[in-house]
Write a protein that binds this ligand. Structure first.
Ligand code: AP5
Length: 211
């Protein structure tokens, strides 16, 4: 199964993607995680992406298309993949469609997590993430130990209020048009109400996928 997770920053793509990946037994590929690992390791990709990410801007489409292609072509994705935040512009949606066509694989679903901006600002200001495995947590302070891998929880630089406002602005300007693109091209778009407990949102996501 190839599944795209779409939605504004803080909508819960990472949280639900983790659970769906576990339940479906396929890997989750998150461009944000790939880019943050590159920043930590100071690779050329990371050095090029860091400033844009810290401001909450998108990194260039050609960089994302390279990551997307490599991930989908890898043996780990032989049975499928959950693409978390991989498609954020219309050229990226077109690029994914082209790559899947070349690989002869269908796109099974695009899950759109829908939620109001006001809820997101609160969620992101209270979020910490494991610096090692990237698991997000709500209401735990930086320095806490990650329950999943023993790493240390940190606050993301782009969760500071100014960067969050910029990410939301970019979402509405650059990513929201992707929804219309999937609607126009007959893509398998499924809407999920992302407000409510994590368990309720997961149940809605599973229902939207027919699971
Ligand atoms: P990325 O890491 O993908 O950030 P994002 O899309 O802004 O998404 P987030 O990780 O902030 O939120 P999420 O939806 O995963 O929510 P989460 O589950 O953590 O990208 C970072 C940057 O990389 C981008 O800004 C850009 O620069 C670059 N980039 C990445 N991909 C790109 C691309 N394709 N093109 C160009 N640039 C790209 O949940 C948030 C919080 O809420 C957590 O604390 C969680 O515990 C909590 N929470 C989750 N669900 C619930 C719930 N139901 N109720 C209450 N709290 C909840």
């Amino acid at each position: 199964m190839i599944l795209v997770l779409l939605g504004p920053p803080g909508a819960g793509k990472g949280t639900q993607g983790e659970k769906l990946a576990e339940q479906l037994g396929i890997p989750k590929v998150a461009t944000g995680d790939v880019l943050r690992a590159a920043v930590r390791e100071q690779t050329p990709l990371g050095l090029a992406a860091k400033a844009a990410m810290d401001r909450g801007d998108l990194v260039p489409d050609d960089v994302i298309l390279g990551i997307m292609k490599e991930a989908l072509d890898s043996p780990a994705a032989a049975r499928g993949a959950i693409l978390d935040g991989v498609v954020r512009t219309v050229p990226q949606a077109e690029g994914l469609s082209r790559v899947l066509g070349e690989l002869g694989r269908p796109l099974d679903a695009v899950l759109l997590f829908e939620i109001q901006d006001e809820e997101l600002v609160g969620r992101l200001s209270g979020r910490t993430v494991c610096e090692k495995c990237q698991t997000p947590y709500a209401g735990l302070e930086p320095g806490t130990t990650c329950a999943k891998c023993g790493g240390t929880l940190v606050r993301r630089k782009d969760d500071e209020p100014e960067a969050v406002r910029n990410r939301l602005k970019n979402y509405h300007a650059q990513t929201a048009p992707v929804i219309g693109w999937y609607e126009r091209t007959g893509g398998p778009l499924r809407r999920v109400d992302a407000l409510g407990s994590m368990e309720d949102v997961l149940a809605r996501a599973r229902k939207a996928l027919g699971l």
